[in-house]
Design a protein around this ligand. Structure first.
Ligand SMILES: [Zn+2]
Length: 922
């Protein structure tokens, strides 16, 4: 018996060796070793190499879908030949354990024994972080060619998903780097974004999945493979370190299962242990870097909301050799950095070796803890289902505040009126103070603090098409959704057939809660009374809020004629196109109406906006579009409705107050290197079929703008503040024109206070419109309009200064603003809307200018508590602050929107604030 096994093993090893010999090494394929100085492989070469390695019986190559630029995005599934033969079974086990539906504890243990660890390792998401793709190539090569016991053990017990995260970016960056003959001049200062539309924000798109690459990746993660571990490679490490990695700093999100966070610690420990065993210093974690586990939306972080252990490392290294600088404070060992690295020269290959070691560490953890890992994802899913099936409270700052407030009110009542008026003042309850347990029991009676059992998204809401886009984002993320097959009622309220239902009793409950409920970010300061600690990304992002979706939150279990939608099945709505009568009306409250209008205008069909709703039907909101009946109109509407649900009705008579609109000649600002905010708007305008051109500062400075354009759009980062001479950030340093190819030279330059602003003023004087968003509302100050910053205080010398962050601080969060939707600028908007606020500008308008009509507020904060989701320290300062306005300048108009109204293609609730400005009234 033993002898047979030995012979078999020998045959197996010989076979592997022969096969490995026939597979080309990276050097044989690329002409250099991965990690050689001054050498980068592009995607064409990498794809060709992967195809050669796919000849190995350890590989199954999977086409995940096309990228935005039309390349194939590949996943290399690597495991033992035996495992690959049973791949479908292992996938089924991974799915069953992740969903935790109808699986008993006993069955889960059996599946964990039978199954294999599924580990995701990617590379290249941020394409200028070139270690990413190159460690991926090297690691795949090592796993198809090595025959040492450790590699064999991993292959036998794990299914590794090696994923190329950004093919387009690798092609761009590597070709750019290698184009220089002089190796010393090679650089990665690329002229445009490394993802067609969104560049670095390709790691900010994972709950929304707007672009193709994030859709491809999420499909594999949340609908196909359910990896228990997701390892996402990045660059660079914090200065003075080699890399940062798990575990991360506080805060972590309160919706997580604790097992997730402790597993993250365990994997982090194994990664550090391995590097220390191999004499590889320089790993930092926790407070050694800025990464937390609060935010949803990154490749690594969205996994947390699906009970998957997400790992991110940020490592130094570049094919052009670099240096680890001397940062004295980094040299003292501590819990975050137990093994500091000393200053030295650093080569690309060292980072590749580190990364391969880290991949091995993660895989070793996965196979050594395989049963715990597989049972763990089941257990977290099971806990989620149970938590969604009973009354449950998330222990968050809001709940603690409620407990403290109740206690304080009682204390004040007891001590009489002497204590003063403030009941919610800061009678402090110290970190170690004990208060009677009854205060905990009392908050449990407050239903507002209780978790929902589910949510109903009624199908009769005005912009149901946008609500369905929201539902599809959930479905792409592997969420279980139901649909009502007939009318029903819950808690005395009637809902129509076609309404969607999302219950929280499901494995990915944390993601469900996160998309519907406010994020309650803790007050996080460096020390009491000190400056705030900036969150790693947004503090609040509740997607249902930012998309303006109407939904009901159900606190008790409910049932009805609900049909379960199979996982991953995207939803669409059919448009009922009425017989036209005198014409059609497209509702301005529905974003898709703008798609139809743009198609109609392209086809030269007449379109009007209904500016006077007197005498119109109740369902026709002000600003809706009237289209006189014609065969052309019918044809365009039918064609558009084929792929976009429309809110359209017919009308017997042309409404009385209508204004004809025409397409505007639109120019969208961008800069050399590419602005992500601009890229998002480019993406958005394409999605909603607006025709536009991209404009760079050189063209602006050259003047004559009014002859070419009607509307100019400036996103955050374009217009400098009045105290700076040039705007624009991101996109890196600008090169000298002679150092870059001719085709990119026209992109160089930035908006300047002296030249560009004068041309913009001229454009306005001559009747053009300018839309400014976020920091580009600075233009109002350059033009000396009667507006002031609302977020100021007087210092000791009675001089105005901006509020310090100790008093006022609002990182990316959703705030509720009042909107004047009777104005053309805000047609179709609700009177209250959530806006994405990220340290955004807020204004005070000069009263006389408002009275004269020279300037009109569009949106403002009406209360001292506008926070809806996230973190807003000192939010009372916002009360009565104007967050958007329109001002007349010469014959033209300046629109200023402080909040990010197009934020990452997520804020559907405020898209119309841009769209409305992109037409001309004739
Ligand atoms: Zn990165």
């Amino acid at each position: 018996m033993i002898r047979t096994t030995c012979i078999l093993l020998l045959v197996f090893i010989q076979f592997t060796v022969i096969q490995a010999q026939s597979l080309p090494s990276p050097k044989e394929h690329f002409g250099f070793n991965i990690g050689d100085d001054y050498q980068l492989a592009n995607y064409t070469q990498t794809e060709a190499y992967f195809k050669k390695l796919a000849a190995s019986d350890r590989v199954q190559m999977v086409d995940m879908g096309l990228t935005e630029e039309g390349r194939h995005q590949w996943m290399m599934i690597v495991s033992s030949p035996e495992n690959l033969k049973n791949l479908n079974r292992y996938k089924e086990i991974a799915q069953k354990l992740a969903h935790a539906e109808d699986v008993s504890d006993e069955q889960a243990h059996a599946l964990a024994t039978e199954g294999k660890a599924v580990v995701w390792i990617d590379g290249g998401l941020h394409a200028t972080e070139v270690v990413g793709t190159h460690q991926l190539i090297e690691t795949v090569w090592q796993f198809v060619s090595r025959t040492d016991p450790e590699t064999m053990r991993i292959l036998n017990n794990a299914i590794i998903l090696f994923v190329h995260a950004n093919p387009d970016g690798q092609e761009l960056v590597s070709n750019w780097y290698m184009q220089e003959k002089d190796v010393k001049k090679r650089n990665t200062n690329i002229p445009r974004l490394y993802e067609k539309y969104i560049g670095h924000d390709n790691n900010r798109d994972f709950f929304m999945m707007n672009v193709k690459e994030t859709q491809n990746i999420s499909r594999q993660q949340y609908l196909e493979w359910f990896p228990q571990i997701i390892y996402n490679h990045h660059q660079p490490g914090p200065p003075g370190s080699v890399l940062s990695g798990p575990p991360y700093r506080d805060p972590f999100n309160y919706v997580y299962d604790p097992l997730l966070v402790t597993t993250l610690d365990a994997v982090g420990a194994e990664m550090q242990n391995r590097l220390n065993r191999e004499n590889k210093p320089g790993y930092t974690s926790r407070s050694g870097s800025s990464y937390s586990t609060w935010w949803n939306g990154g490749l690594r972080t969205t996994g947390y909301f699906h009970n998957m252990v997400g790992l991110l490392t940020e490592i130094i290294g570049n094919p052009t050799p670099s240096k680890i600088p001397l940062i004295p404070a980094r040299l003292i060992p501590n819990l975050s950095t137990p093994n500091p690295v000393i200053p030295q020269e650093w080569h690309f290959r060292q980072s590749i070796d580190y990364s391969v070691s880290l991949n091995y560490a993660v895989l070793n953890y996965a196979i050594n803890q395989k049963e715990e890992l597989l049972y763990g994802i089941y257990k977290m899913g099971k806990n989620s289902i149970e938590n969604g099936s009973k009354n449950r409270w998330i222990l968050s700052p809001k709940m603690i505040d409620s407990i403290n407030n109740m206690y304080r009110i009682d204390q004040l009542a007891r001590s009489g009126a002497r204590m003063g008026a403030s009941q919610t003042g800061d009678a402090r309850i110290g970190a170690s103070d004990t208060i009677p347990a009854k205060y905990f029991d009392s908050v449990l009676k407050d239903p507002k603090l209780r978790d929902a059992r589910g949510y109903i998204i009624p199908s009769d809401q005005v912009d149901f098409a946008t609500a369905v886009k929201f539902i599809n984002a959930l479905i792409r993320s592997g969420i279980l959704v139901h649909k009502a097959t007939s009318d029903f009622s819950v808690s005395g309220k009637k809902y129509p057939a076609g309404s969607y239902i999302v219950k929280t009793a499901q494995a990915f409950r944390p993601h469900v809660m996160d998309m519907f409920e406010p994020q309650d970010h803790p007050n996080d300061f460096l020390y009491p009374g000190g400056p705030p600690i900036r969150p790693y990304d947004a503090a609040g992002w509740t997607l249902a809020y930012s998309m303006g979706v109407q939904f009901d939150r159900l606190l008790d279990d409910f049932s009805g004629p609900f049909e379960r939608i199979p996982y991953g099945e995207l939803q669409s709505v059919k448009t009922n196109i009425p017989k036209p009568g005198e014409g059609y009306v497209l509702n301005a409250q529905s974003n898709n109406s703008y798609i139809a209008v743009n198609e109609l205008l392209k086809a030269d069909v007449e379109v009007y906006r209904i500016s006077n709703n007197v005498g119109s039907r109740i369902e026709i909101s002000k600003g809706s579009f009237f289209i006189p009946s014609s065969s052309k109109a019918k044809e365009v509407i039918e064609k558009t409705a084929g792929s976009n649900a429309l809110n359209i009705i017919s009308i017997e008579h042309k409404p009385s107050g209508v204004e004809k609109i025409a397409p505007a000649r639109i120019a969208l600002w961008d800069q050399y290197g590419g602005s992500m905010s601009s890229g998002w708007v480019r993406w958005l305008m394409e999605q909603y079929h607006f025709p536009f051109q991209v404009i760079y500062s050189k063209e602006i400075d050259a003047g004559n703008l009014r002859k070419k354009y009607d509307v100019l759009v400036f996103v955050s980062g374009a217009i400098p503040s009045v105290t700076r001479s040039e705007g624009g950030f991101g996109g890196g340093r600008q090169p000298k024109a002679e150092d870059i190819p001719v085709e990119y030279r026209e992109r160089l330059g930035r908006i300047s206070a002296d030249t560009s602003i004068a041309q913009l003023k001229k454009f306005l004087d001559e009747g053009g419109s300018i839309v400014t968003i976020g920091s580009s509302t600075n233009l109002a100050y350059h033009l000396k309009l009667p507006v002031r910053n609302a977020l100021v205080e007087m210092n000791a010398n009675s001089q105005e200064r901006s509020l310090p962050s100790e008093k006022f601080y609002i990182p990316g969060s959703l705030l509720t603003a009042k909107i004047d939707s009777t104005q053309a600028a805000a047609y179709g908007m609700r009177s209250e809307t959530d806006v994405y606020f990220d340290g955004s500008p807020v204004f005070k308008l000069a009263p006389e200018a408002v009275v004269s009509g020279a300037i009109k507020p569009i949106a403002w904060f009406a209360t001292d508590k506008p926070l809806h989701s996230g973190w807003a320290w000192g939010q009372a300062y916002l009360k009565d602050g104007v967050s958007a306005f329109v001002a007349s300048v010469g014959k033209g108009k300046l629109y200023a929107f402080g909040p990010e109204i197009t934020f990452r293609g997520q804020s559907h609730g405020t898209f119309k604030l841009l769209f409305n400005q992109l037409y001309q009234f004739k």
